[in-house]
Design a protein around this ligand. Structure first.
Ligand SMILES: *Cc1c(COP(=O)(O)O)cnc(C)c1O
Length: 198
């Protein structure tokens, strides 16, 4: 996934012309403006919300995005499910897990994951696809792998419980190799594609 936050619609259009199809955005208003400017490409773009989501934004997100990676509480999931327009396929979602034990980046605590996953999987407007994490950054490639390995283990735990999940959204520009080595199915890459953010 190409993370296009802060980059222009023209930059997204250029990446699309080169064959990129999945784009990640953090801020709802910025994303909606970009989507409007790129409406002609809608059928061949997958829009992923990868930033925190407040409940007053769920209606717009349910109508405009294909994926949401940052589900961390039942209320947000219930609202997205109820507000997903009937003509669209279910919204594809990942549960964000707080793998590093730091609260600032959001995410459900690992101990509460199984319960939340069952709740989300039962919602008709959503398809639970897997797990997402934003580990504490470290430049040590060995240390980078530990939280990714942990997330992969949690995904296997959900599969063992009978949930049909297949997605590990983990790894960014600085740790995508470590994430892929631990089984990432979707890396979220911004600066390594578009350059440094202003
Ligand atoms: C910005 C962002 C990315 C991309 O980060 P880069 O270091 O630019 O690759 C990935 N995931 C999330 C959740 C982000 O907010």
């Amino acid at each position: 996934m190409a993370v296009s936050k802060t980059f222009s619609g023209a930059a997204v259009r250029e990446a699309h012309a080169a064959g990129q199809r999945a784009f990640g955005e953090n801020y709802v208003q910025e994303a909606l403006a970009k989507m409007a400017a790129l409406a002609d490409l809608r059928a061949s773009i997958e829009w992923h919300l990868i930033g925190p989501l407040q409940s007053n934004k769920t209606r717009e997100v349910a109508a405009a995005f294909d994926w949401v990676h940052t589900i961390d509480r039942p209320k947000i999931a219930e609202r997205l499910s109820a507000q997903r327009p009937p003509g669209l396929p279910p919204l594809q979602v990942c549960i964000q897990v707080n793998v590093s034990g730091e609260t600032s980046k959001g995410g459900v605590e690992p101990a509460a994951l199984a319960t939340l996953a069952r709740q989300v999987a039962a919602l008709p407007g959503l398809t639970l696809r897997g797990l997402m994490s934003i580990p504490e950054p470290t430049s040590d490639p060995v240390a980078q792998r530990a939280p990714h390995r942990e997330l992969a283990r949690m995904l296997r735990g959900l599969v063992a419980e009978g949930l049909a999940v297949d997605t590990l959204s983990m790894g960014m520009s600085a740790d995508l190799e470590a994430a892929i080595a631990e089984g990432a199915t979707m890396v979220r890459v911004g600066t390594a594609i578009f350059g440094a953010r202003g």
